[in-house]
Design a protein around this ligand. Structure first.
Ligand SMILES: [Zn+2]
Length: 286
């Protein structure tokens, strides 16, 4: 097994997604300034600390539609633009025909903004399973690879491939490993990476490679900044009961500040242990 690993960014505007999920001004703007600032933090870090490695940005269609300039810039810097659905919705709840229409809409917006052919998909919140045969049939018709599933072993990924009846679509599942006796299985990225010691993520990556999976790490733009620029303020949650507003203010504080300052350090440690192998579309050639 080589020592290659893949870093990707799920590039969404969590403030827009939050408002949509909670019915608060769901058609409001995308936080363009916050997205640009977070991307600049990511790109500066990649060039200064990670030898300028290029990544895959799984980007929502709504970001490309409302803020095409940021997608053009990311693509222009040599990163891969892949699809993270149109809205940041749990897409398995959409029937396959609705899923198809939303996917087409997202791919169109992403290709128009980036000038790239979109090849890959990752479901928001990894919200597809090996039972979603109709959804994967749609993905196979439109794209070359999917990175929405979770698996602990290569054999599990292969069983999912068979269950889904796939012929051409490549599956790059996210590892979910029992990397600590004290914890349930962890994924290598997001809040797991932010909140747990870096050693847990590195151990989970080792376990993934030993189990025949590709070690992959996923992060979000809001995890590279700690200025709460993606937070929806209490006063903008009008219509929600006060208790809910308070609860979501605290949850958002966790997303937008707790552990964020540790993310770049942990990535430096990961990059010292693994060779970051570039955009995930490169896997299609192997
Ligand atoms: Zn996402």
């Amino acid at each position: 097994m080589s020592r290659d690993a893949w870093l990707s960014i799920d590039f969404e505007d969590i403030a827009h997604d939050f408002r949509r999920e909670h019915g608060v001004d769901p058609d409001g703007p995308v936080r363009e300034d916050a997205l640009f600032a977070a991307y600049e933090a990511i790109e500066t870090f990649l060039r200064a600390d990670l030898a300028g490695v290029r990544l895959t940005f799984f980007t929502t269609g709504i970001v490309a539609a409302k803020c095409p300039g940021i997608v053009a810039e990311i693509a222009g810097d040599g990163h891969e633009i892949a699809c993270h659905y149109h809205f940041h919705d749990p897409c398995r709840l959409d029937p396959p025909d609705v899923f198809d229409a939303n996917l087409a809409r997202a791919i169109d917006a992403l290709e128009t903004a980036s000038g790239q052919r979109v090849l890959g998909f990752r479901a928001p919140r990894f919200s597809l399973t090996a039972a979603d045969v109709g959804h994967f049939r749609v993905l196979e018709r439109r794209l070359a690879y999917d990175s929405s599933l979770n698996a602990a072993f290569a054999a599990e990924a292969e069983a999912m491939r068979r269950a889904l009846g796939l012929e051409r679509l490549a599956l790059f599942p996210m590892a979910r490993e029992k990397a600590s006796r004290l914890l349930p299985p962890v994924k290598t990225g997001g809040s797991y990476l932010k909140l747990l010691p870096g050693s847990v993520t590195i151990r989970a990556m080792e376990m993934a490679a030993a189990a025949g999976l590709r070690p992959m790490v996923y992060l979000h733009p809001y995890e590279f900044v700690a200025d709460r620029s993606f937070q929806v303020a209490m006063r903008d949650m009008q219509g929600m009961p006060r208790g809910r507003r308070l609860y979501w203010a605290l949850r958002q504080a966790q997303w937008h500040s707790v552990g964020n300052r540790s993310v770049m350090n942990k990535l430096r440690r990961i990059a010292a242990a693994w060779r970051l192998a570039g955009p995930m579309r490169g896997l299609l050639e192997s």
